[in-house]
Design a protein around this ligand. Structure first.
Ligand SMILES: [Ca+2]
Length: 487
């Protein structure tokens, strides 16, 4: 095992990502990535002769990172130098949207190549392998495995409860709650003595004196060394994989767990951001007045009120989904702030450093993109389209909007100018981003925009698959009741 000091996380981001794609799940920043320069492989991606040497793939995902990353311009105060450097290596997609503004459905969509509206996987308690569409699906890593790749991963790639062992030749148990059943030949670092002291979710020793909980949102300044954090462990595993000699091309998944709740991180990351210096999101107090009832029910104005009343808004702002915009906290809406997420892809020999793409893309396209870039046979049932033309030429003609599903029957369609939301009861929202980037004024009821709505509605799912089976776990009783109530 290499000395940690010889290759820290910063260097990992600097060096290991010889070529990288970064994608952001709503909820999750994901970085997907290709590695290892090979002119032949680039030629392959551009339709030239077959490559002699295949690409490796480094696929990096961060859970719940929103667009408050320097390269995506979401907030003036955030400091994300490593991510910014990573983005500068390749093409950054400024209008990239998650498949669903929730963990399990978006991961299931990215990894199966089928949207939630096709699989019926709409929430966090639906194993995609129990869905009709997903039970025999060949997932993204499986497809690479079938074509001669060695697949390995650490951390949160699939939703934690449903790790899908058949996707991996090797899966590190470090940094997972369900690690022991995560995969064949699972690697566990038994030297991590602190493991028994860890809190349930985070892998860190609690510091109750400096823990704040307001409206179910927690943050906590930790004195735990950074080296003991789960994400550090996950990065360590991936570094070890990259430093190994490989007989086969590899697909390596690196699933970071932050910035998902709880925001329990070493104290130094709080010290960098004194609350009185932070810029708060812009909020229009009556913003929800023109929102249909389903959208209004998803918003959490009461949470916003509780946080503001507690005087904790400034403290709570921390690079994570809605932070008060549209009076809403958390994710789980079809609005811009919950659905837009960082995506960057670097392909040696194909992408130009510093490339910026303003086309609307969605994460369902990651699967066919990586398949094409690596010269695998096209997988015909993928619902997305390859982004390779935009990697080669970021301003290439592109007529596709991005779509995001949330729960049964609800979808948002995002073109370069418009956001159109269609709810299952037929109600709608329409926002003109040329004039209203905060989505304050719903234009859906103005007949002047009927043509715009009709044009965007062409991209809605033709049908929605009914909810796939739920699976509950001990301690889920409250959640179960909430889900049942919602159905
Ligand atoms: Ca409004």
């Amino acid at each position: 095992m290499p000395d940690k000091s010889s290759l820290n996380r910063r260097q990992f981001l600097q060096r290991a990502f010889a070529g990288a794609a970064t994608l952001g799940l709503s909820g999750s920043l994901a970085h997907a990535a290709a590695a290892k320069a090979a002119k032949e492989a680039a030629a392959k991606a551009t339709g030239a002769a077959a490559a002699a040497k295949p690409f490796n793939v480094l696929f990096i995902v961060s859970d719940d990172l929103n667009d408050w990353v320097g390269a995506f311009g979401g907030n003036p105060d955030t400091q994300t130098p490593n991510l910014d450097r990573l983005c500068k290596r390749g093409v950054t997609f400024q209008r990239a949207y998650t498949c669903s503004p929730l963990c399990n459905p978006t991961r299931a969509a990215i990894l199966t190549g089928h949207m939630a509206s096709s699989t019926g996987v709409y929430d966090n308690r639906q194993p995609f392998r129990q869905s009709e569409r997903g039970k025999d699906a060949v997932t993204l890593p499986q497809y690479f495995m079938q074509h001669g790749y060695y697949t390995a991963a650490a951390g949160k790639i699939y939703h934690m409860h449903f790790p899908d062992p058949q996707s991996w030749n090797e899966y590190s148990t470090d940094g997972t709650d369900k690690g022991k059943s995560a995969g064949p030949q699972g690697e566990s670092d038994k030297s991590k003595k602190s493991k028994k002291d860890k809190t349930k979710d985070d892998g860190l020793k609690p510091n109750d004196d400096e823990k704040v909980t307001v409206a179910s949102i927690e943050w906590e300044k930790l004195d735990t060394p950074e080296e003991e954090t789960t994400d550090y462990t996950i990065a360590d595993y991936c570094i070890r994989q990259l430093q190994k000699k490989h007989d086969k091309p590899f697909f390596l998944g690196c699933g970071f767990r932050k910035p998902h709740l709880p925001w329990a991180v070493p104290r130094k990351y709080f010290d960098k951001f004194p609350p009185d210096k932070l810029t708060l999101p812009k909020v229009k107090e009556d913003d929800l007045a023109d929102v249909p009832s389903i959208g209004k029910a998803w918003a959490k104005p009461e949470v916003h009120e509780e946080i503001v009343k507690a005087g904790k808004w400034r403290e709570a702002v921390g690079a994570y989904w809605h932070l008060g915009e549209k009076l809403h906290w958390h994710k789980s809406t079809l609005w811009e702030e919950a659905d837009r997420a960082p995506l960057t892809i670097t392909v040696p020999g194909l992408t130009q450093p510093g490339g910026q793409c303003a086309r609307t893309v969605d994460f369902i396209s990651i699967y066919p993109t990586l398949v094409e870039l690596c010269g695998l046979p096209p997988k015909k049932d993928n619902e997305g389209v390859s982004l390779a033309p935009l990697l080669k030429q970021p301003d290439a003609p592109w007529d596709r909007p991005a779509t995001t599903d949330f729960q049964y029957g609800n979808t948002a369609v995002r073109s370069e100018r418009w956001r159109y939301i269609h709810y299952k009861d037929g109600t709608e929202e329409l926002y003109d981003h040329d004039a209203d980037e905060m989505e304050w004024t719903n234009l859906a009821d103005d007949p002047k925009y009927d043509g715009v709505k009709k044009d965007l509605a062409r991209w809605l799912p033709k049908r929605y698959t009914k909810d796939s089976p739920h699976q509950y776990f001990p301690g889920d009783e409250k959640k179960q009741k909430k889900d049942v109530d919602a159905e």
